[in-house]
Design a protein. Structure first.
Length: 280
């Protein structure tokens, strides 16, 4: 884990590339106390240790299915499709998909020990945190961490997506959702420590997998902002931050550090993971 000193920072954005309807703004001063946070998302290896020690069964395993991006579903596994989302037809509900079988029956995490665990719900993440003696980061802590000490920059490394022509995160290249050129080297997830870290030594806060935060999702922010804000007292969804390998500027430009969205606590998919935090 990385020890962050906390302090006051400017949270949120009024960026023209942003999504005001997501509650990204307004820009506001936020005070965050010192805390510890994982340098990278929880890996398959770490989650397997948790499951081995506790016998935990994820919600995707209990439900019997989870969402997989259609481009990662092998032809033989199409027969295991039990549904899809009309507004996002590239998401297929695949019977048997879970953290152990990321793309459905017959697939495995062999060779992906150092990739982020996926198909984990918010409830699954909380169970892991309890076992590890940690917790999920608040949304404010997550954004403070992601910015890496930079003020109001679009990405963890600055305002330019590809400085000096170099890929700095795992996102979609090409035409979404039909053609991914994989110029960054990955079609799906990448190792949790791939690409250079930000100024705080934190890896992959843009792209790769969405990460659960502790807060309930809401689009209105109190003024003045309390120190160490924890979000609304309730809601339908929990906050997710960071974007994923499926994000593309034409569809989901949410790999920016201020971007945010939410999902129900029992939701899982092939591009959703988490990292842990700890109070000091």
């Amino acid at each position: 884990m990385c020890a962050l000193a906390g302090g006051r920072f400017l949270m949120g954005t009024d960026d023209v590339q942003g999504f005001p309807q997501d509650g990204e703004g307004p820009i506001r001063e936020v005070d965050v106390a010192p805390f510890l946070i994982d340098a990278h998302a929880v890996s398959n290896r770490a989650f397997a240790e948790f499951v081995g020690a506790t016998g935990y069964v994820t919600e995707a395993e209990q439900f019997g299915w989870s969402f997989v991006f259609e481009g990662l579903v092998a032809p033989d596994n199409r027969e295991h499709t039990v549904g899809s989302v009309p507004s996002t037809p590239w998401w297929l509900a695949i019977q048997g998909a879970c953290w152990r079988q990321p793309e459905g029956p017959g697939t495995s995490i062999d060779g992906r020990d150092n990739h982020p665990v996926i198909h984990v719900s918010h409830n699954d993440a909380l169970a892991y945190c309890r076992w590890a003696g940690k917790r999920l980061p608040t949304e404010a802590e997550w954004e403070f961490m992601a910015r890496g000490g930079l003020e109001q920059k679009r990405y963890p490394w600055g305002d330019e997506l590809m400085p000096e022509g170099q890929h700095r995160c795992n996102i979609w290249q090409g035409e979404f959702p039909t053609r991914n050129t994989c110029e960054d080297g990955y079609m799906g997830t990448c190792p949790v420590d791939a690409f250079p870290s930000n100024g705080y030594g934190i890896f992959n806060v843009s792209g790769n997998v969405w990460e659960w935060c502790a807060d309930w999702f809401g689009i209105h922010h109190p003024a003045p902002v309390p120190a160490d804000p924890t979000g609304p007292s309730g809601g339908r969804g929990r906050v997710m931050r960071g974007g994923s390998y499926l994000c593309h500027h034409s569809y989901c430009n949410r790999y920016r550090v201020a971007a945010r969205t939410g999902n129900t606590p029992d939701s899982s998919s092939g591009n959703l993971g988490f990292r842990c935090a700890l109070s000091v």
